[in-house]
Design a protein around this ligand. Structure first.
Ligand code: KIV
Length: 261
């Protein structure tokens, strides 16, 4: 395998479908990389699946940088994308550029940020400064309070038109890919067919160029609410619980440590 670059990733549009996922530490990033995952997102979903927060809102730039550096140290081939967390790009474009630079200095190849057409000037500024950008529209978890919950987006004709305009503006600004989170399949299909960017779906049906899944959902490690669009490809949660229980029982019965340990 050779290192996935942004141009190589973008060039796969229309050629092969890519299954990509999140990771937040060196251990799982190494396993995903060795398994051939083309792109690893250090997502701010880390706040919900690994840090115990109820939403992604409390996640800080420092937490994202620490996780990004750990993932980047472990990965040989996968493209690494750092999610800019809430607060890292809402307080002015100078601060946003500084945070995106920190993300690349921590080892990521690109950054991801949420928002539609109104974010296009920021996307253009980052791209002009050599920072590849993955956009993110549809359900934007950092706007959960404004959206009134984690709900499907783009369901009405007006909302679908708005979403398509947002994608066009982000593409014109230079984003190389766009995350479509929780939008209807037909809308994701139309955007995938009309946009030059790679569409990365999560809860957006089968037509997107790329899929994201949160690592904890796909490996059965999510101890909280699992979204209905996710699929468990392994049940590490059950294995881990059994491993912990067997260990506790072995110590209690003096079976561990044994002579060889
Ligand atoms: O933080 C995250 O995990 C995301 C998803 C879209 C994959 O943004």
């Amino acid at each position: 395998m050779k290192k996935w670059t942004v141009p190589a990733f973008a060039a796969e549009k229309g050629k092969s479908k890519l299954g990509c996922c999140t990771a937040y530490d060196a251990c799982f990033a190494k396993l995903a990389d060795e398994a051939g995952v083309p792109c690893i997102l250090v997502g701010d979903s880390m706040g919900m699946v690994a840090l115990g927060y109820g939403t992604t809102l409390p996640v800080t730039m420092d937490e994202m940088l620490s996780a990004t550096a750990a993932v980047a140290r472990a990965v040989k081939d996968a493209l690494v994308v750092c999610d800019l967390p809430f607060g890292a790009y809402q307080c002015g474009d100078d601060a946003a550029l500084a945070n995106a630079i920190r993300a690349l200095q921590a080892g990521s190849d690109a950054v991801k940020l949420e928002g539609g057409a109104f974010r296009a000037p920021l996307v253009q500024r980052l791209v002009e400064n050599g920072i590849p950008v993955v956009a993110h529209v549809g359900l934007m978890p950092q706007s959960v309070n404004a959206l009134g919950g984690f709900k499907m987006q783009g369901k009405t004709a007006a909302a679908a038109t708005q979403l398509k305009n947002d994608v066009a503006a982000l593409e014109a600004a230079g984003a190389f890919a766009v995350t479509l989170e929780c939008v209807p399949d037909a809308l994701a299909k139309e955007i995938t067919e009309t946009s030059a960017m790679s569409t990365i779906g999560i809860g957006a049906g089968p037509h997107c160029d790329v899929q994201w899944l949160v690592m904890h959902d796909l490996l059965g490690l999510n101890t909280g609410r699992v979204p209905s669009f996710a699929r468990k490809f392994a049940d590490l949660g059950t294995l881990a619980r059994k491993g912990f229980a067997d260990y506790v029982a072995a110590v209690a019965s003096s079976a561990f440590p044994a002579e060889r340990n």
